[in-house]
Design a protein around this ligand. Sequence first.
Ligand code: NAP
Length: 250
Amino acid sequence: MKLAGKTALVTGGTRGIGKAVVWALAREGAKVAFVYTSSDDVANQLVKDLELDQRVAAAYKADVKSRVEADAVVEKVIAAWGQVDILVNNAGIIRDSLLAMMDETAWNDVIQTNLTSVYNYCHAVIRPMMSARKGRIINMSSVASEFGNAGQVNYAASKGGIEGLTRCLATEVARRGITVNAVAPGFIETDMTTAVRNAASDKIKDAIPCRRFGKPEDIAAAVLFLATDDASYITGQVLKVDGGLTLGGM
Ligand code: NAP
């Protein structure tokens, strides 16, 4: 198993892509802690399911927008397991509307949940990772960072910010054995995309060279690769996992 003896922390681990990432890392032998906000029952059930599968897991209720809560979560994981070897900043939301109609709350919620959260958790883990002279940080971006999607100025700004942060932080910590990369999914079958998939499923599939939506497991496989020693010479990159959506072919 490629992650035996490693510990991982995943934000937004109870649903969608985050849940698939939790399973993928755990199945490769990592102890996996995850952060959630909504349902204690769902989080506790996931821990039970992982334990039934002989995996080691822990759930922490925290709002990723809060730096204080991020510090507390990381402190608890380190107290329990000694280190955070792998950080996956996955939690994210959409609050789509045209800018003319977008109120400050929709802007701030998306920027704070998607981008400030990445600062919060990177900041909390970076000193321990630098002391350990090893670490893997994987941030969840989106192909929306480079599309001009009407109604997504907040979301695209948050994901563009994540990609810039990823490159800069990668440069700062590479000599300490820490890699920092991003994964940019295309259209993935999760709660986040239910409405748009219901509204325009065939039209979207026609634009995807692979002619299907991605599954959370497609993204988890990329995250897993970036978390392993196989990816130790890859840093500061944005890996698109989009079935060819951004290739721009006809
Ligand atoms: P999802 O199914 O809606 O799940 C979102 C996750 O984020 C949930 O686990 C949720 O936790 C967590 N979360 C949201 N706000 C939070 C907060 N304030 N504090 C802590 N956790 C919070 O979304 P998804 O589709 O899996 O998306 C995961 C990531 O991939 C996001 O960053 C998203 O932008 C990105 N992405 C998704 C797609 C796609 O097609 N689905 C495409 C590109 C990028 P609770 O359940 O506890 O609320």
